[in-house]
Design a protein. Structure first.
Ligand SMILES: NC(=O)c1ccc[n+]([C@@H]2O[C@H](COP(=O)([O-])OP(=O)(O)OC[C@H]3O[C@@H](n4cnc5c(N)ncnc54)[C@H](O)[C@@H]3O)[C@@H](O)[C@H]2O)c1
Length: 339
């Protein structure tokens, strides 16, 4: 079942929804940044929840790991959380991924509500029920499917984001437009920065994701189309996390999208102007993005879970609005992209 989404202005509805859940306790989970930047706004929007207990974890992808999960579980114990406790995950995609995962297995599963505070989390990560942590350098290697009980989208949270983090959300919005239709794609390529932040566009982007999640919550078929850009994107991100200049998730995804669109040209005759336009979007909205790597740097991450005896499985685009999943790509074709 799809989780209800409450938008800015619907605070009373969210409170009524929460009250219907008859929780024994509500706990706020934030990272060090969202604790400082986002909890004050949360408290002003929801004064009746101001005094809820709080668990604070360190921020950033490097902390999306089992040690931090362990810390969350210990804190839940200290707070005597029971199976009717509800956790509010207040943060970006890292926080909803790890918070969702920690909740999904604590006492065999407690409920959580996602309150995304980045553009990327609002249009993508907070929704759809994939939770997880990174393990041994591999992205989202351990995880569960456990949908948030609800999501609350409040664009005022963007006010405290630095530019780099804010615009990294454009990558997933670009992917959604590619998966949608020609009209959405044409609109997106003409967007100015602030267009991406309008509630109308956030809803539209999320609605595209929902179409792929609905009916395939466990990622067995059409949902895999949402992996467009992510096979290479995750490998690039994982490698970058081992370097002195780690990429943000969205930065790795815009690179992954570009390379997977190049592969789509090769495998499906996708017109070359689509990868060219994606490259222009990258140059316009990710102007500072410079990351040098070779195929051998990302290969271990790519091959770890994607390779079988025939090749590497990916989701590729046939044309705008038509993605094929499970396409076997030859490793030498990928290698050639980077030579
Ligand atoms: N589960 C899914 O379906 C799904 C989908 C896409 C991405 N993801 C995951 O999402 C993560 C990326 O999410 P992200 O880009 O939001 O990164 P993030 O959660 O790491 O947030 C980026 C940084 O911004 C800070 N921050 C967050 N909100 C803030 C605010 N309002 N003001 C000031 N600082 C703030 C955070 O503390 C962090 O330092 C990755 O781990 C990725 O794998 C998950």
């Amino acid at each position: 079942m799809l989780s209800p989404i409450f938008y800015a202005g619907e605070e009373e509805n969210l409170l009524a929804f929460l009250s219907d859940q008859k929780a024994t306790q509500i706990i706020l989970l934030a990272d060090a940044n969202t604790n400082g930047f986002c909890i004050p706004l949360f408290r002003s929007l929801f004064p009746s929840l101001s005094n809820c207990s709080r668990i604070i974890i360190p921020q950033g992808e490097v902390n999306k790991n089992i040690d931090v999960c362990n810390f969350i579980w210990q804190e839940l114990n200290v707070l005597q959380a029971d199976t009717k406790t509800i956790v509010l995950n207040i943060g970006g995609g890292m926080l909803s991924d790890i918070g969702g995962f920690a909740c999904s297995v604590y006492k065999r599963g407690i409920e959580f509500i996602n309150i995304p505070t980045t553009l990327l989390a609002m249009v993508d990560a907070a929704y759809g029920g994939k939770t997880g942590i990174d393990f041994q350098g591999y992205k989202n290697h351990i995880g569960t499917f456990h949908a948030a009980k609800a999501i609350y989208c409040q664009p005022q949270y963007f006010d405290t984001l630095n530019e780099r983090i804010l615009w990294s959300g454009i990558a997933e919005m670009t992917k959604h437009a590619l998966l949608s239709n020609e009209k959405d794609w044409q609109n997106l390529i003409h967007f100015q920065r602030n267009d991406f932040l309008s509630i109308e566009q956030i809803k539209k982007s999320l609605a595209i994701k929902m179409k792929f999640v609905e009916g395939d919550e466990h990622d067995q078929s059409k949902r895999q189309c949402l992996n467009l850009g992510h096979s290479l994107g995750h490998a690039i991100e994982s490698y970058s996390l081992q370097t002195a200049s780690p990429l943000l998730h969205g930065e790795a995804i815009i690179l992954g999208l570009y390379y997977e669109l190049k592969l789509s040209e090769q495998y499906f005759d996708l017109p070359a102007n689509i990868s060219a336009l994606t490259k222009s979007l990258k140059e316009k909205f990710f102007a500072q993005l410079q990351f040098n790597f070779n195929y051998s740097d990302i290969a271990p991450f790519l091959l770890q879970d994607k390779k079988n005896h025939e090749g590497i499985r990916m989701s590729l685009l046939k044309h705008i609005g038509h993605c094929e999943h499970g396409i076997i790509v030859q490793e030498n074709h990928i290698q050639a992209l980077f030579s």
